[in-house]
Design a protein around this ligand. Structure first.
Ligand code: GLP
Length: 246
């Protein structure tokens, strides 16, 4: 647990930069949503050299018009590619607009495998316990595929759209097993709305009821929380007394 949401972003950026400087970052896995936004700002401000680094997004909505500003292709372009000055050919997002979505999922798996998988995967967590868009019930052996979004996820993501009915109800997402192939994982969560999902992921059963609990089966996972996101955790997990709610 870290003192502030800002510190969460800074620490995650430091992990990425250390891997980059050590020459171990051939591929960076990026999440969308608000959780990692500060990480990308920190990475851009660091003035590092990103030539040769491939970027892979976790997921993409299905059913948005091409070029929609809230498509994850557009978000990753705005928040990651442009600020870091990356070659667009090195930025990969699942093709949620493909006519054959199963084929698009398989193609994304091939692209990941051909580049040797992701070195550092940044992750947020949904209030449902999702990682990527793997909602409760997602198999731990799942690969990139089309999924239905939970009602809670659609409601949470409505803030990015003009009207609630504009929020897509399906997505093409890396599976839990796909995410698990990354060499390192950094999960970020800030705010009290994530506290229940964080507790389920870290202290509940390792179960498909909480897809983020699969992180406990991965090899190298760093969980960065602000006090509000950590507020329902047992002291034995954080090593510190539970934060007093504000
Ligand atoms: C989104 C994304 C996830 C993200 C999560 C949390 O819908 N598909 O990759 O981690 O939900 O979003 P936020 O960080 O905005 O709370």
């Amino acid at each position: 647990m870290l003192a502030t949401a800002e510190e969460v972003g800074r620490r995650a950026a430091r992990v990425v930069l250390e891997e980059l400087e050590a020459g171990r970052l051939a591929a960076l896995g990026v999440a969308t949503g608000s959780s990692p936004a500060r990480v990308y700002e920190e990475l851009a401000a660091a003035g590092a050299r990103w030539e040769g680094v491939e970027v892979f997004a976790l997921d993409e909505y299905v059913g948005l018009p091409p070029g929609h500003p809230e498509s994850y292709a557009a978000v990753v372009d705005r928040q990651v590619r442009a600020p870091l000055g990356l070659d667009p050919r090195r930025v990969h997002v699942p093709d949620g607009g493909a006519a054959d979505l199963d084929a698009a999922g398989a193609a994304y798996e091939r692209a990941l495998a051909e580049r040797g998988g992701v070195d550092v995967q940044l992750l947020g967590i949904g209030a449902t316990g999702h990682i990527g868009f793997n909602e409760p019930g997602s198999s731990f052996t799942s690969r990139t595929r089309v999924v239905e979004l939970a009602d809670r996820t659609v409601a949470d993501n409505a803030r990015f759209f003009d009207r609630p009915e504009d929020v897509p109800r399906r997505a093409l997402t890396q599976g839990v097993a796909t995410i698990g192939t990354a060499r390192r994982h950094v999960l970020l969560a800030q705010g009290a709305a994530k506290a229940g999902a964080v507790r389920a992921a870290l202290e509940g059963e390792v179960s498909t009821d909480c897809p983020a609990s699969a992180l406990r089966t991965f090899d190298d996972v760093l969980v960065l929380l602000d006090p509000a996101a950590a507020s329902l955790l047992d002291q034995r997990t954080t090593g510190r007394p539970r934060p007093v709610p504000a």
